[in-house]
Design a protein around this ligand. Sequence first.
Ligand SMILES: NC(=O)c1ccc[n+]([C@@H]2O[C@H](COP(=O)([O-])OP(=O)(O)OC[C@H]3O[C@@H](n4cnc5c(N)ncnc54)[C@H](O)[C@@H]3O)[C@@H](O)[C@H]2O)c1
Ligand SMILES: O=C(O)C[C@H](O)C(=O)O
Length: 377
Amino acid sequence: MLNCVYAGMRVATKAQMSGIAVQRNCNWYRNGRGERNYKVTVVGAGGGIGQPLSLLLKQNALIDDLTLHDLSPTKGVATDLSHICTRTHVNFFEGVKQEGLIDSLKDANVVVVAAGQPRKMGMTRDDLVTANATIAMAVSCAMSISCPEAMLAFVTNPINMLVPIAAEFLKARGVYDPKRLFGVTTLDVVRAKTFIAEFMSINPSLVDIPVIGGHSGNTILPVFSHCSPKFTGVEDDVNRLTKRIQDAGNEVIAAKAGAGSATLSMAFASAYFVNALLRGLNNEPNVIESAYVSSDVTDLPFFATPVLLGPYGIKENMGLPELNTAEQAALENMLPELGQSIQAAIRLAQFVLKESNVGRAQGEATASASSASAQLA
Ligand SMILES: NC(=O)c1ccc[n+]([C@@H]2O[C@H](COP(=O)([O-])OP(=O)(O)OC[C@H]3O[C@@H](n4cnc5c(N)ncnc54)[C@H](O)[C@@H]3O)[C@@H](O)[C@H]2O)c1
Ligand SMILES: O=C(O)C[C@H](O)C(=O)O
């Protein structure tokens, strides 16, 4: 049971990116004999993503403590998972009180946030900021008390805005480390691999492609000129597949017809990304994944590129791959939109921080987070 390896991840290939051999994020369910053990807390563990994500993490041999947190009851999910015969212990916290969140995060190595509202048809991801910003604020406050050195990975939308908001709150709490804060864009990479593999009639696990920018519409830029193996389509195919990758979230929302947005594919993608963080913590070499992070590769303060992961988070930002003319134009086209989202997020965070006691109240994240929520209400 412990040795079962997800079939699609078995095949290891080598790709060259900036001189570093990309080692695939493979064998993620392997037996962890002799490896370190980590605590991972899933915030929003009762949700459409949270439950299957927790199921996948229960099978990760690097995790010995899987802690679930949600506003809604998590006891049932935790009890159910706890019957699975892997050695990972499952703990749970539930309810609206910030103390529960603080306790759930105690000494976590990785915190993955999948809490909050999903989009409905016709909404943009940025439309979710009013509903979901307080979650980023509350988690950042709680982390500053419970696990200031943890890796913090946001699944919750809008990724383009919540990561800058969390950065402002972590700064205000005096615990910001840009190397440990991530927006999870893995689903864009997963989709790119899948659609390209379908087009080229090959196994998706053979495909490598950097996806840069952010996580919404045309801020999602798959860099086809760096696809490995070389993409065999013509320009029209690149344009059509790029559009499909950018609009794939809408494709799922339409297909689910009112029952939410992507959950299962995102659970896969976020479990894969959490495993990459754990492999980095475990000091494995050449763990490289795309993520939306603090960045100086463009003029924007946050941008998704492939990053090399290590025991302290980001070891190295692999930077922008060399772009062809069309990709360069697409990059320039996205920057104003992404920049506006980031600036709006920073303004919102700074407004709430100014009106609340988050920065001043040392050790009082309960009051801080409630006061932040009150400012947004
Ligand atoms: N990054 C990506 O690629 C990606 C992909 C898919 C979905 N998402 C986003 O993930 C988020 C979750 O989506 P979902 O489909 O699982 O939604 P869902 O409604 O099924 O689940 C959300 C869960 O969060 C819980 N929750 C809400 N507020 C909370 C809080 N303050 N603290 C703890 N728990 C809280 C809810 O009780 C619920 O169980 C959405 O914002 C969605 O847009 C991101
Ligand atoms: O589309 C959404 O709102 C959810 C997610 O960001 C996705 O890309 O599927």
